[in-house]
Design a protein around this ligand. Structure first.
Ligand code: DX5
Ligand code: ZN
Length: 218
């Protein structure tokens, strides 16, 4: 399994995003994780498709768009047109999950489903073979810099088993509270794509921090 690092720019300096993107690229990140928050599904507001489009024009890394928004179906088109390569929606925001997945796939993007910490894994039983990514939230979504919820290790292990039993290749992404002390435990449990925000952008040298994480992922 080739593990990947997806830095979240949520805590980057938005006044000079291009410079922040160069740090991500130089460090050797694999994807860029974009946290979209609407102030309804989660208590915080971040940014929309316009910023995604600007980021797309300044990097060739794939954009991993994490939609923490109500009624995601209304916004899928604009985020794909803005350059989103992976569109991840929350199970908790979709009354017609199967239909929303199909919409994403029909528009040519990869589809991820995110689960909040308290949401059980069995809710995706009948859609798992359609999705490309399962994203497990290891904090309650809404803010960077929160503490990893320890119970999520068991959930990652269980998700790994479920995924390995499918014919389709599905990537297991883990998001929230990941740092240099807990990362080994998280990858041993079965995580494949690691999202990291504050640990990178609150460090004195994000490029070196990315390199350090990439080394652990090898
Ligand atoms: C939380 C977001 C995460 C978060 C990651 O709602 O989905 O992507 O910003 O940041 P850290 O690594 O700081 O928890
Ligand atoms: Zn995220």
């Amino acid at each position: 399994m080739i593990r990947k690092l997806a830095p979240s720019i949520l805590d980057a300096d938005f006044s000079c995003l291009e410079r922040e993107l160069r740090k991500i690229e130089k460090g050797g990140a694999d994807l860029i994780h974009l946290d979209i928050m609407d102030g309804h599904f989660v208590p915080n507001i971040s940014f929309g498709p316009k910023i995604v489009e600007s980021i797309k024009s300044k990097t060739s890394l794939p954009l991993d768009v994490h939609l923490m928004i109500e009624n995601p179906a209304n916004h899928i088109k604009s985020f794909i047109e803005a350059g989103g390569d992976i569109i991840t929606i929350h199970y908790e925001t979709c009354r017609h999950l199967d239909r929303v997945i199909q919409t994403i796939l029909d528009m040519g993007a990869k589809c991820g489903i995110a689960l909040n910490p308290a949401t059980p894994l069995n809710v995706i039983e009948y859609v798992i073979n359609k999705i490309d990514i399962l994203l497990l939230m290891t904090v309650n979504p809404g803010f960077g810099g929160q503490k990893f919820i320890p119970e999520m290790i068991t959930k990652i292990e269980k998700a790994r088993k479920i995924i390995d039993n499918q014919k389709k290749i599905i990537s297991l992404e883990v998001d929230g509270g990941i740092n240099l002390n807990n990362i080994s435990k998280i990858i041993t449990a079965g995580a494949e794509i690691i999202v990291a925000g504050q640990i990178i952008f609150k460090s004195t040298n994000p490029e070196i921090t990315i390199k350090k994480i990439k080394n652990i992922l090898k």
